[in-house]
Design a protein around this ligand. Structure first.
Ligand code: F6P
Length: 341
């Protein structure tokens, strides 16, 4: 059997560990061979692929990013895009595809599966917002990077008696902010799922200063003030219709200074959260996902995504994972609120 592999959407630590596991097990156990498609769905769409063998996946386990490249190409938005993909898969003599991606990449995988393309999905995203899996790989690395940044900011904030606002990624889900904020001892955590009252945030800031410590506010990039809107970097949208979020941290810094008279600075952590080497948790999860995905391919169990349930790796219908986003439940936010102020 010849298997095509691609990584789509925003890159994240652990992608290479999946590729390595898929290829290593596929070659050793099942005598399969592999085609790596470049830059997500652009590869199969434009017929841009290359032979992927055991030698080409040596040494990539600890490397961030993806050796296959990634993009946000959406073949469903290209006229005749799906036919083109089917034709290129035939040209490469590819019998099955392993698509590693988040909501968008796996949404395309779901549509292709419905067209009869033999496909298995692997969930990735630092945002951890994919349904049907307890965790995606990449998330643990992102929250550890963010936690370390928050730890470092505490000491400098206290030295200058400043308010420091840390803007974190996560798009429309607050998982990164919630976990990093909780782990880093943030004094307020703001997430997209719960609109916030700026007066209340300022109240937490004042009470933190009274204890002789300086406040750290963690804001998810998608956090929204009551009566306001989500802050956008610019007006552009990607091929999946997503806006670029950012700006809430700067907005908060301005509002906090105006309302409390305290100096407030904003730190946007940005792509640092996505770069570099994966944590042990993400390497293991990504490796197990890869091992189980190639089993599903060998068994011809198409239209499935591998998922983490507790400590088990299971298979779920691709459509279940992409139907709606997994967002933070109010009860999880209430846990964190105990530490505000
Ligand atoms: O989905 C992962 C993610 O890093 C989001 O947290 C963020 O909003 C988005 O991608 C940024 O995308 P890009 O790197 O394309 O600007």
């Amino acid at each position: 059997m010849r298997v095509g592999v691609l990584t789509g959407g925003g890159d994240c630590p652990g992608l290479n560990a999946v590729i390595r596991a898929v290829v290593r097990k596929g070659v050793a156990r099942y005598k399969q061979d592999f085609i790596g498609f470049r830059d997500g769905w652009r590869g199969p769409l434009e017929g841009d692929g290359f032979a992927l063998d055991v030698k080409s996946v040596r040494g990539i386990l600890p490397r961030g990013g993806t050796i296959l490249g990634s993009s946000r190409t959406n073949p469903l938005k290209v006229e005749g895009g799906v036919d083109q993909i089917e034709e290129n898969l035939r040209n490469f003599k590819v019998d099955a595809l392993v698509a590693i991606g988040g909501e968008d990449t796996l949404g395309v995988a779901t549509a292709l599966h419905e067209r009869g393309v033999p496909i298995v999905g692997v969930p990735k995203t630092i945002d951890n917002d994919l349904n049907a899996t307890d965790y995606t790989f990449g998330f643990d690395t992102a929250i550890n990077i963010a936690m370390e940044a928050i730890d470092r900011l505490h000491t400098t904030a206290e030295s200058h008696r400043r308010v420091l606002i840390v803007e974190l990624m996560g798009r429309h889900a607050g998982w990164i902010a919630l976990h990093a904020g909780l782990a880093g001892g943030a004094n307020v955590i703001l997430i997209p799922e719960q609109r916030f009252d700026i007066e209340k945030v300022c109240g937490y800031i004042e009470s933190r200063f009274k204890t002789n410590y300086s406040p750290i506010i963690v804001a998810a990039e998608g956090a929204i003030p009551e009566g306001g809107d989500m802050m956008l970097k610019d007006a552009s949208r990607d091929a999946f219709g997503h806006v670029k979020l950012s700006g809430i941290g700067d907005w908060l810094a301005r509002e906090v200074e105006k309302r409390t008279g305290k100096e407030a600075r904003c730190i946007v952590l940005g792509h640092i959260q996505r770069g570099g080497t994966p944590t042990a948790f993400d390497r293991v999860l990504a490796t197990r996902f890869g091992l189980h995905a190639i089993d599903a391919v060998q068994e011809g169990d198409w239209g499935k995504m591998v998922a983490l349930r507790g400590t088990d790796i299971v298979r779920v219908p691709l459509a279940d994972a992409t139907r709606e986003l997994k967002t933070v439940d109010p009860s999880r936010y209430a846990e964190a609120e105990v530490f505000f102020g």
